[in-house]
Design a protein around this ligand. Sequence first.
Ligand code: GDP
Ligand code: IMO
Ligand code: MG
Length: 422
Amino acid sequence: MKIDILLGLQWGDEGKGKVVDLITPNYDIIARFQGGPNAGHSLEFNNIKHVLHIIPSGIFHPEKINVIGNGVVIDPQSFKDEIDQLITMGVDPVKNLHISSKAHLILPSHRLLDAAQEASKGKAKIGSTLKGIGPTYTDKTGRNGLRVGDIISPNFNEKYQKLKEQHLLLLKQYDFDYEKQLSESEPNWLDSLNTLKKFNIIESEYDVNNYLKTGKNILAEGAQGTLLDIDFGSYPFVTSSNTITSGACSGLGIAPSAIGNVIGIVKAYCTRVGSGPFPTELFDEDGETLRKNGFEFGSTTGRPRRCGWLDLVALNYAIMLNGVTEIVLTKADVLSGFDEIKVCTAYQINGKIVDRVPFDNEVEIKPVYQSFKGWNADITQVRNYLELPVELREYIDFIEKETRVKVSIVSVGPDRTASIKK
Ligand code: GDP
Ligand code: IMO
Ligand code: MG
């Protein structure tokens, strides 16, 4: 069997959580392969909205197995909070959630380092979610990190104190009051390791490959988005992991030849939360309307998301990097009511028309737009593709033509059921 990969093709928050939950019935196993509690994946059914951070979005299907792979970074405290929340909803994840022993741990001092480093950057700040992601991946590649498998080691405390001391030395260099915050958060963090210990801690690379060998269907759930990738995003305004298809190979221990479909999630317009280039960003009433109608506020931090028109230059870059085989178009309903909808088809840089994302983050990009006629119907109850307004179908035809990738599902609302097969 092959493993399908679902990931975001923009700057995150494309609606990955909703779509994973929707298509989970087609799979036996749902696995996260990178990122950590910086992610906020929302899904909705029976009029209840759930937001998941490190737990895979298949968790509401009790017969499915969910895996947190080695490429993920876990904060035991936020993991415990998420588990407690699920338990209050009547979901008991202990049996069907498995965690890689090789996933790295986010320490309280990683979070403080994240905050201290961001504060020291002033205007150049990345806009991090401050969940400790950057410092934890730094320790991973610097070969200093602690992993989930370490928590059962008899000398875990010694290892923890040693790494914490290194962080304290670093924190002393910043003008940042960390002592009080650390003494407040550390006891609960250490206590939350007990929650983690209740779970099945496994060498997930063996399990994932065995599932494939025995004919099981696996879906790998990406976090963040391609344009936040550590290598190919608008560095340094990126996250600290590989958010693209290849991240699933290293983040789960699967061979490239095992990859089947690559499902790219695309919002019908663009949003970005945090700093960094955003060529089609709107600062006018249209941007405000997108934010208001799309309820564009961060699922993890509550920050307002920056909004703009769809950017085909960036989208085609993402499709190239990921080998996307199908697109799921989300939030099409949010475009209802606009007289005119624009799509960026090229960039104008220093008077030249280009179709590539430039290396230089500071260069001025003027988007070249193609205009489409809008529609004024509420489409949230539509479930049949041909009943969608013709203007929206023309918009989708154009996206398919320009990307050479088929749109397989159109999402018209946050609920599981608000989805149309094309
Ligand atoms: P993720 O990080 O990619 O999982 O996306 P988020 O959950 O952070 O953000 C997507 C937001 O849009 C959430 O509030 C979803 O409930 C909501 N959403 C998802 N699909 C649709 C859709 O088709 N229409 C509307 N109106 N909202 C949607
Ligand atoms: P999901 O999975 C949107 C952004 C942050 C910041 C940059 C670096 O919900 O789509 P980090 O905390 O990783 O150091 O932040 O990346 N960012 C996201 N933006 N959706 C996300 O996840 C994000 N995770 C990180 O806002 O600009
Ligand atoms: Mg999100």
